[in-house]
Design a protein around this ligand. Sequence first.
Ligand code: COA
Length: 395
Amino acid sequence: MNTPVRHAHVTGWGRYAPAQVLTNRDLERIVDTSDEWIVSRTGIRERRVAAANETTASMAAVASLRAIRTAGIDPDEIDLILLATLTPDYWMPSTAALVKEAIGNTRAAAMDVSAACSGFVYAFATAQAYIASGLAKHVLVIGAELLTRFLDYTDRSTCILFGDGAGAVVLSASEEPGGSLAFEMTTEPQGAYMIWLPAGGAKAPPSAGTIARGEHYIRMEGNQTYRFATRTMATTALSAIRKAGLEPDDIKLFIPHQANNRIIEAVAKGLGLPMDRMYVNLDRYGNTSAASVPIALAEAVNEGRLDVGDRVVLVAFGAGFTSGAVAIEWTADPARGIAGDAAVTADDVSVRLPVDWDSVDPIPEALAELMRRPGPVDVPLDDVVPGEPEPAGIS
Ligand code: COA
């Protein structure tokens, strides 16, 4: 008797973005930049910032419960939890373990996946392999990041790019064809030090010296990273598409990693497709690293951009250098996502804290100060009396 072929279908999707918004104009007040520069070079207009009581695990848990509700299963039906992040709550335990408890799951194996901005696509491909091999029936795949706590707010070339958030999908086994069709993953370690966070690991354990030198912040060679991304994204996507027996024109929508609008334009050009095949929401969230693809996927589906039978490609690049792409045939009712989102709020979720310990002042001081002070107020010209002092709050 032949073993049935097991396909991995996306049955649930959900996202969470913290409420606080940090605009380009806000950033103008702490670094030498401008809204015009940031918009024209990246496409980013604003990003979200997690509140002091939020963590990577708490944001991940909200997105996960929304995805589980959308899938219409019980949290305890999840067999495996894969959480992609470069900003875990702790070095150990895994953030996935904290999320498992927060969503009320008692059965799943839970682990983090470390592949930077490609992490969600890597985790998705791993989930597909678990399902195809019969090792798991329902896998929760999460991308979650709290990047605003790892940025140097004196470095205008990095602090303008990143934001916080989480997205998740449920992949479920089925003998029905469709779902995840093929994937491609690459790693090019020549780029290992193009985006990196020098200190805190075994090579440079945290110390007063590493902190004084700012080695606990993300560093990036923007130009080199840009060059890698524009070279690799289209070829990685094309490889996954061809492995699925398809051509670029067969793909209804691409969900690219949301790093830079000019990079996404280069992907469209490389694939010979118009920009309306690329989903873009980086204007509102900035680069949320491993969270960017699942947030964008959930938004695209909830906005009616995908229907049953459509082919969609997720494609990402990031530190490592890594890149990954998955070609999917969409099989879920898109209408389910909005109800799943509405069913869960941030107040429904709590991540257990350690006994007798909580971090003090988790938000970097420069960012905390910026969020405390109200931003510039748009005063109608008629109301301006020449010589009057500027309204309070303008720095
Ligand atoms: N505001 C104003 N000027 C800025 C600035 C900012 N926020 N950041 C950099 N600049 C300046 C530089 O200092 C430089 O000035 P100089 O010519 O006087 O030295 C000038 O702008 C050009 O810098 P450059 O780095 O060449 O700009 P760019 O067009 O390459 O854009 C990035 C910079 C970061 C937007 C771009 O390289 C990029 O998007 N790279 C990919 C980054 C990425 O996606 N990372 C995440 C990977 S997952």
